[in-house]
Every structure is written in structure tokens, then in C-alpha cells.
Design a protein around this ligand. Structure first.
Ligand code: SF4
Length: 606
């Protein structure tokens, strides 16, 4: 285990602590470590953008090890977008280098009197003046800090100008094109006047049995290359057209269907690949789903391949088949440091308001029509700069709709304040529950029955995916396992391609602790439950969260693959609560469940 770092930016105090063994065993790391520390040490009901919010950067036990796809780190804190628990994970190389610099977790409170960055260097930590970087975009910041400390051994995580301006869905960028995108934690970092963390690392991450871990790497490499063909060939961009055809991907701000957007084939994986200069992968990943785009006028110098989520939210969801505009939107969001899902959803919301004469041309200053790629890029820029209408949209669609009024709530597609990602519960019914019941509302990376369950881990043998019969147990195990994988430092794309023994074997050989499958599921459930308890302590009951009814087909659509479908979200949720042993109205876990997970004393101690 490495060390944990605690920093108070108000007075510049930096303290190191050893990583407690019991937390390592019971919560393994990543956002498991994050929620255990924040639950214990953060005051309740703090202002997410105030000094008492604790912002954590946490690696998993497998981050930076020989395990395949082990480049993930997670940022944690209270979300300014939802007011709930917030976390967001990113790939690339920053997570491993944070560990090579000697730290498994960094927890930051306070607000610095002036802009600073944190420099980590082989077990040492210093705060440095960041006046020269403030106001600069994420790519410039990355270049300057890596130049300053040595490109080979230094990696950078930073906010762009959107984080400094407290755009509520600002993200934290690393490696120029990888983002801890969701939950608005870039705004938290900006609120602390913390521009960046630069990690120079040459230390090694402890591995209990390196020879066995290396053997496992070879064994699972062969399997990965066979199972991840689509991601290898296209990255997630390969999902764009099929998602539109099946009804997985929302179209026309969740009000339309494939029938409205046959031009989706103009932004499919082949078209994206034709603009790609080369592929790249995160740490220890041979899938290499990332890509850098050919340099052309209008693109960033280091232009990255748009992900499926971006192609949908800035493409299908606004009926935009102009691929160049989506690439430029992606570049802009990366440079400014904004989540492409929320930014795209905010644009779609504004377009629908404009089409319904709730917003007028005089106010927005452009023709906000469907199929207008230029407007997508222009409006995203206004949001990042908080200019005009952009200032309202920068608060997220929930708050924007409250301020604009005139019935615009109908067009604000979010759950609990977070804009929904590009996966439709009408196609994946479990997401109707995950989007509300996970501690970070509106997230597709938190698992669900029939959705990110891991190869050979469990079968969804229900004949009808819309039925609540047998749903709760599946949802409980699937989400628990995803918490485990997210916390371990492994990429979810790897998880979907492996047998479940992949996680079990690497966890055992790298940590030296022999885990059974049931123990691993229990770790995941413990992590998910403590995230939920964090929200309950904040007074947030997920049953009170509003999710836009379009997401569940209320009213049902009249055409397209999801025509006539309305999800019985209440029945699915009730069965999930039963399976989790959470109260059907307060959602508080039963005392027996808390004792079984070893959380009872922690929760009742205060
Ligand atoms: S699959 Fe893609 S996102 Fe996941 S580790 Fe590999 S390159 Fe990174």
C-alpha cells in the first residue's frame, strides 16, 4: 500500500498518513476508499463549492499494475450538479503515475487564496503557484507541466477554464483526451483554486506475486483480444449507428427515434475512423479504444476521437450528422474541461426550447435548429465561457429549466440534476432503476440487470427484460460487481470482455489477499451501500429524485424501436429495494444488512 495525502488549501498544510489495512481489505480502494474517507472525515450537508467539500483523487489496488486495462483512477466529492455523492473515473496514464509518485489517495479541503497546483514527486508533495496557468486550457496546462517536470515520467490532471468558471458539469482532464467527466467535480476543483495535479513518478507499485501477475497478463491478453474486437476496431464510436437502430441511443432530445435520423450512418464508426490519424490505449491496455484525429483547420492541435456518448449527445440527440462539428465540439469540451454528455444534453434542451418558442433568437443569438452542427459548437463555447444563455445552461438543465420556466422542464432530460447519458431505459429497463437509485444519479457506468454484468458472471435468463420478477437479485449483484470493478482500477470495457475470474485472480496475486467471488460481491455491495448512506445522511432519498419521464416512455413513443414501451420503474425499483434489504419508503438499509456488511457501527457511531 502507498500513502494517503491530506491537504488543506486554506493554509497549505499537507499531511501524509499510511493507508489503513482494514480499509484496503474491506473497501479495496478507488471510490471504495474515497467514500470510506469522506463518510468519516467530511462534515455533512456542506456546500459542494465551499471549503468543506473534500475532493479526493483515488487509485484502485490494480491501478498501475500489470493487470490489463488497469489505468483507472477516480475523483470523488459531493457533486455540485446533483447535491449527492459524486464520483467520476478516468483512464489514460495519470492514475498509474499518481501511484508511481507514491500516493494511493489524495484528499483536498479548503480554498486556496490564489491559484495553485499540486506537484507530486516520488513520495514528496508541494503546492506551487499556478498564476501562469489560470485561464489556460487543459491541453496547454498539460503541455507546460510535463515540459517543466519531464515528459517521460510526469502526467497531469487539471481543470480547464470551465472548471475555473464553475460550470456545474465541468470535468477533470488528464492525458489531454481522457476525462473524469461526470458529477461536475471539475467545478469543485476550480472552486478550490486548484488548477492541476502533476505527478512525477518512478516508484513501483507493490505487487504481491509479480511472476503470477505476469502469467495472468499473458493468459488474459489472448482472451481480451478476441472479445473486444469492436472496441479495438472502432472504439466506442462503433456503437453509434447500432444504438440508434436498436433504441439504445436517444434521438432528438429523447423525443424521437431512428425514423427521424437515418443520417446516423454519416457519423458511424467507419466515418469516424476515416478521420482518425492513429489509435492509442490507456495504461496496460491492448484494446486501445482511443484515437487521435488527423490535424486539420478548425480542430485542436491534439484532437481526440469522440466517444460514442459524444457522438450521440452532440449528434443523434440533436439530429446532427455533421461529423466535423462533433469533432470540434469534442475538442472544445476537452480543452475547456466540460463533460460532453451534459454539455450535449444542455444544447439539446436549448434547441427544443427554441423550437417551442420558449427561447428566442434575440436572446440566444443564433439559429438553434435541429441538424445545425455549427450551433452545437457555438453554444458549447458560450456555456464554457458562461456567455449569455450559456451562463444559465452552465448550471445544468434542471436549474436552467427552473430559471427559464414556461414549461421548459419537459425538455430537461436529467435524473436528480445530472443529464442522462446515451443509453435509453426503454431499451435497457434496468437503467430506469440505476439512473435513480445509484448514489450518483444518471450514470450508465454503474451497472444493472442485463447491462454490464461481466462475461460468465451471471445470466439474465428472464424471458421478459421488462418484468420485475427476478429483477431485484440480478440488479443487486450486477451493480455490486460493477462497484467492485470501478473501485479496483480496471476499465469496465475490460470487465465486459473477461470471465469473472479475471478480477478475482488479479486481485489475489496483486494484493496478496485471497478473495472468493462471494467476498468480492460483498465488497462491491459494501461500497455501493456506503455511497447510498452518504446521500441519506445528506437528507437525500433517491425515491424523491425527479427523472424526466421521457426516459421511461411516459408517454410512450408512437414510432421507432421503443414505440409503445413504458417502463414500470416503480415495480422494478420496489423489487430492487426488497433484494437490497433497503426500506421501501425511506430506502434505509436494514440493521441486519448493515451488520452483514460491517457498516453498522460506522453508520450508528455519529
Ligand atoms: S478499453 Fe479503452 S478506455 Fe478502457 S483501458 Fe483500454 S483504451 Fe482505456
Amino acid at each position: 500500500m502507498g500513502k494517503l495525502l491530506f491537504i488543506d488549501l486554506a493554509n497549505g498544510l499537507i499531511n501524509e498518513e499510511p493507508y489503513p489495512d482494514d480499509i484496503g481489505r474491506d473497501f479495496i480502494g478507488g471510490y471504495g476508499l474515497g467514500v470510506r474517507i469522506l463518510y468519516d472525515r467530511m462534515k455533512t450537508c456542506v456546500d459542494p463549492l465551499g471549503p468543506d467539500n473534500m475532493l479526493g483523487f483515488v487509485g484502485g489496488p490494480l491501478t498501475g499494475t500489470p493487470a490489463l486495462t488497469s489505468g483507472r483512477y477516480t475523483v470523488v466529492g459531493k457533486s455540485p450538479l446533483t447535491g449527492t455523492w459524486g464520483d467520476s473515473s478516468s483512464g489514460g496514464d495519470f492514475g498509474p503515475y499518481m501511484k508511481f509518485a507514491g500516493y494511493d489517495g489524495i484528499f483536498i479541503t479548503g480554498i486556496s487564496p490564489s491559484p495553485v497546483y499540486l506537484y507530486l514527486n516520488d513520495g514528496n508533495a508541494e503546492l506551487k503557484d499556478a498564476i501562469d496557468l489560470w485561464g489556460k486550457d487543459s491541453q496547454y496546462t498539460d503541455d507546460v507541466l510535463r515540459e517543466r517536470y519531464g515528459k517521460r515520467d510526469t502526467r497531469v490532471a487539471c481543470v480547464g477554464p470551465a472548471g475555473e468558471r464553475l460550470v456545474k458539469f465541468a470535468c477533470i482532464m488528464n492525458d489531454k483526451g481522457r476525462a473524469a467527466g461526470r458529477s461536475g467535480l471539475g467545478a469543485v476543483m476550480g472552486s478550490k483554486n486548484l488548477k492541476a495535479i502533476a505527478a512525477t513518478g518512478t516508484l513501483s507499485v507493490p505487487v504481491s506475486n509479480m511472476a503470477a501477475a505476469t502469467r495472468l497478463r499473458k493468459k488474459w491478453s489472448r482472451r481480451m483480444n478476441e472479445s473486444a474486437e469492436l472496441f479495438y476496431e472502432y472504439g466506442t464510436a462503433g456503437l453509434t449507428d447500432s444504438a440508434a437502430e436498436t433504441g439504445d441511443g436517444p434521438i432528438k432530445n429523447w423525443s424521437g427515434s431512428f425514423v427521424d435520423f437515418p443520417e446516423v450512418t454519416d457519423i458511424d464508426g467507419d466515418h469516424v475512423n476515416s478521420e482518425q490519424a492513429r489509435r492509442y490505449g490507456c495504461w496496460r491496455c491492448t484494446i486501445s479504444c482511443g484515437g487521435r484525429m488527423k490535424p486539420t483547420a478548425g480542430r485542436a492541435e491534439d484532437s481526440h476521437k469522440p466517444e460514442y456518448e459524444t457522438l450521440n449527445m452532440a449528434g443523434s440527440n440533436v439530429l446532427n450528422s455533421d461529423l466535423e462539428s462533433i469533432i470540434q465540439f469534442n475538442d472544445l469540451c476537452n480543452a475547456e474541461g466540460m463533460d460532453t454528455i451534459s454539455a450535449g444534453a444542455a444544447v439539446a434542451f436549448a434547441v427544443e426550447c427554441y423550437q417551442n418558442e420558449i427561447l428566442d433568437h434575440r436572446y440566444v443569438g443564433m439559429d438553434l435548429n435541429w441538424r445545425n452542427g455549427e450551433a452545437v459548437v457555438e453554444l458549447a463555447g458560450k456555456i464554457a465561457r458562461r456567455e449569455g444563455i450559456g451562463d444559465i445552461l452552465a448550471e445544468g438543465v434542471q436549474v436552467a429549466a427552473e430559471r427559464i420556466g414556461s414549461g421548459s422542464e419537459e425538455f430537461a432530460v436529467h435524473s436528480g440534476g445530472q443529464e442522462l447519458p446515451a443509453h435509453d431505459p426503454k431499451f435497457v429497463p434496468a437503467l430506469a432503476v440505476t439512473y435513480r437509485m445509484d448514489a450518483t444519479p444518471g450514470r450508465h457506468t454503474q451497472g444493472g440487470a442485463g447491462w454490464i454484468m461481466g462475461s460468465n458472471f451471471m445470466d439474465d435468463s428472464r424471458e421478459n427484460k421488462y418484468t420485475a420478477d427476478g429483477f431485484g437479485e440480478l440488479q443487486s449483484r450486477a451493480t455490486s460487481m460493477v462497484h467492485l470493478v470501478n473501485a479496483s482500477g480496471i476499465c469496465l470495457f475490460g470487465y465486459t470482455g473477461y470471465d469473472i475470474e479475471f478480477i478475482q485472480e488479479f486481485m489475489t496475486e496483486i494484493t496478496g489477499h485471497s478473495y472468493t467471488l462471494d467476498e468480492l460481491v460483498a465488497v462491491g455491495e459494501r461500497i455501493g451501500t456506503l455511497r447510498h448512506l452518504f446521500n441519506l445522511r445528506e437528507g437525500m432519498n433517491p425515491l424523491d429524485l425527479h427523472m424526466n419521464p421521457r426516459a421511461i416512455g411516459d408517454p410512450p413513443q408512437s414510432e421507432g424501436p421503443n414505440a409503445g414501451i413504458t417502463i414500470d420503474a416503480e415495480a422494478l425499483t420496489a423489487d430492487y429495494l426488497r433484494a437490497m434489504e433497503w426500506d421501501s419508503s425511506t430506502t434505509r438499509p436494514s440493521d441486519e444488512k448493515l451488520k452483514q456488511l460491517g457498516l453498522f457501527e460506522l453508520v450508528t457511531a455519529r
